[in-house]
Design a binder for this molecule. Sequence first.
Ligand code: ADP
Ligand code: MG
Length: 222
Amino acid sequence: MNLHEYQSKQLFADYGIPVPSGIAVKSPEAAVDAAKELGGELWVVKAQVHAGGRGKAGGVKLSRSLDEVRDFAKGMLGTQLVTHQSGPEGLPVNVVYVESGSDIDRELYLSMLVDREVSRVAFIASAAGGMDIEKVAAETPEKIFTVAIAPDAGLQDYQARQLAFGLGLDKTQMRQFGDIVHRLYRLFDECDASLVEINPLIVTKAGNVVALDGKINIDSNA
Ligand code: ADP
Ligand code: MG
């Protein structure tokens, strides 16, 4: 079972992993109401489909007014969104997620998966997160690193620090990040996930670490 972004973020929030506030809606009017309820001056309208690459395909739109929120929601709902992961027919957009806009300083990559080769859970991370991660993986794979977790020992503090150092985080962010990876590890374990991906995990201009995108696959054989 694959979760939509908004469902993944709900689960992140349940586990105390910081995410922006957001509301999932099915109509342009409801999108405007959602933006009003969220408040602020910057919103992001995000198509909820089971495919990455939405940003480059017009499925993630920064909106600076309620009119823009309405127009972007209208432009997405009821259409097929074609991304490089969706297949040529694209995927139907029945739900959009209206989210508070974040002030982004850095975009990092963090995921957890079961490494079948060594039958261990592993964290994969990169300081070069964001929409070009596939290009990074193809052209500069040395920018992506792995930390494998021994099942009997579980996630150790030194491993959380290893990840944080690799991501170039400072001391304050390291504390926040350490908290996030421990919570993520617990989520992965308790929910029988086979994949959790946060791309991007951001550092905000105020210096906070926040999950800005979320993808969770739950093992259906569990
Ligand atoms: P996808 O991975 O499908 O392209 P993302 O959710 O990762 O979709 O969004 C793409 C990009 O849009 C992010 O890398 C980020 O730069 C920007 N973005 C997404 N959500 C927000 C937000 N809440 N505030 C500001 N920028 C955002
Ligand atoms: Mg993403």
